[in-house]
Ligand binder design. Structure first.
Ligand SMILES: CC(C)(COP(=O)(O)OP(=O)(O)OC[C@H]1O[C@@H](n2cnc3c(N)ncnc32)[C@H](O)[C@@H]1OP(=O)(O)O)[C@@H](O)C(=O)NCCC(=O)NCCS
Length: 156
């Protein structure tokens, strides 16, 4: 008989100045070309939705969401490496979808490296479709890497 472990129930809170150093440190661990604390601070100043995700009092993820008219764009979505593959990414994505819909967005967009298999699987499972490709969009260890542009309709 297999034991079913209940999915964690995270809490979401707006990112604050106090989170910036921790978030930037996580970004350095998670990405080959991370955002700096200044990039996150600029996003907060620009009024983007900058979110922290907590499991109890422990921060386990963060995200940045930009609204442009009735479109929402996910600029960053990250789960700390020790808590990946536990359902937190899906919960964070659902949260961003809810926030975007409540703000009047009808579509949710993001860009992803074709080599980022876990992220691609997450987005496809959530219903995102690939609608285009930006050639050489990302810096990469050897030159540049394309970005896949993905979209999730929010009006359905
Ligand atoms: C991408 C990321 C946010 C996913 O978060 P996560 O908490 O690990 O994802 P979840 O546990 O919620 O998994 C959701 C789905 O994603 C897929 N997935 C997650 N990790 C996977 C992996 N290592 N390999 C393959 N598929 C994976 C699965 O389809 C999973 O659904 P299922 O459990 O029902 O099969 C996380 O891996 C991460 O932060 N990566 C580093 C930063 C990054 O690349 N961000 C995205 C930039 S575009």
């Amino acid at each position: 008989m297999s034991v079913v472990v209940p999915a964690p129930d995270p809490v979401f809170a707006p990112m604050s100045e106090l989170d910036l150093e921790w978030v930037a440190a996580q970004d350095r661990l998670l990405y080959p070309f991370p955002w700096s604390a200044i990039s996150f601070a600029d996003s907060m100043r620009a009024g983007y939705g900058c979110w922290m995700m907590f499991d109890g009092s422990e921060p386990v993820g963060y995200a940045v969401l930009m609204m442009v008219l009735d479109e929402a764009h996910i600029l960053n979505i990250s789960v700390v490496s020790s808590r990946q593959s536990c359902g937190f990414g899906r919960r964070l994505l659902d949260h961003l979808g809810r926030v975007a819909r409540e703000a009047g967005a009808r579509q949710l967009f993001l860009e992803v490296r074709p080599s980022n298999a876990p992220a691609l699987a997450l987005y496809q499972r959530a219903g995102f479709e690939t609608i285009g490709r930006r050639k050489g969009y990302y810096p990469a260890a050897e030159g540049r890497e394309d970005a896949l542009i993905m979209r999730l309709p929010l009006w359905r």
